[in-house]
Design a protein around this ligand. Sequence first.
Ligand SMILES: NC(=O)c1ccc[n+]([C@@H]2O[C@H](COP(=O)([O-])OP(=O)(O)OC[C@H]3O[C@@H](n4cnc5c(N)ncnc54)[C@H](O)[C@@H]3O)[C@@H](O)[C@H]2O)c1
Length: 246
Amino acid sequence: MRLENKVAVITGGARGIGYSIAEKFASEGAKVVILDLNQDSIDKAVAKLNKLQEDATGYIADVTNSQQITDIFKQIYKRFKQIDILVNNAGITKDNLMMRMKEEDWDAVINVNLKGTFNCTQKVSRYMMKQKNGVILNIASVIGIMGNAGQANYAASKGGIIALTKSTAKEFASRNIRANAIAPGFIKTEMTDNLSQEVIDKYAEVIPLNRMGTPHDVANLCLFLASEEANYITGQTICVDGGLVM
Ligand SMILES: NC(=O)c1ccc[n+]([C@@H]2O[C@H](COP(=O)([O-])OP(=O)(O)OC[C@H]3O[C@@H](n4cnc5c(N)ncnc54)[C@H](O)[C@@H]3O)[C@@H](O)[C@H]2O)c1
């Protein structure tokens, strides 16, 4: 068990990549706490996770709401007396070409993806600093490295996450807190389910491994980075993308 007795908080953990990370961590002995927007989907995810590890739990939480996140981390710490791992995974897309992008769509994506990551990092850091121990994993994207037409808001948010990860790593290294970013490529989840087969085939053509990835592929890297095997790795951005970025 690589995460035995660890407490891991995963934002956007009720489905997709976040759920897969929660499942992987629970199967390695971690007590997982998922934060997400909808009680019904949280309950369903927690019920499945509890079959792997009894202490799984979940809270309704909007990562953009600073006060709510402060209160929830307080409750989590009170309950478990430790918070070892934070995975900032909650994310949204609201794609459009720049000329057509509405201000509210710019704001919404920056708020959830970038400000949400900052909020949770800031709130959890006081507990991790007290413990002198912690791991922060930020789910960025290859789009934050490459950019993409029609995704100016998303690319800026994910590029921001990569820079935020480096600042986090530098600011907290002396307290034995590591921070790394994971940049998934094209992963099959509900976020990508609405793409046509034509678009999927077009992407696959430029991916050296010639296929979409799975949430499981991303969760495997997260497990490694959260484990003690990655004790000397901080401030990095690692792609899980079938070779798309190299
Ligand atoms: N799927 C991909 O191809 C891909 C590629 C690169 C990066 N990513 C990133 O991986 C992460 C997960 O993506 P996914 O494909 O699993 O998406 P998804 O839409 O399937 O899941 C996202 C989860 O985040 C939750 N969420 C959204 N806004 C929230 C908020 N304000 N507060 C709390 N929770 C919120 C949603 O309810 C949902 O459960 C995102 O950050 C995404 O940008 C995904």
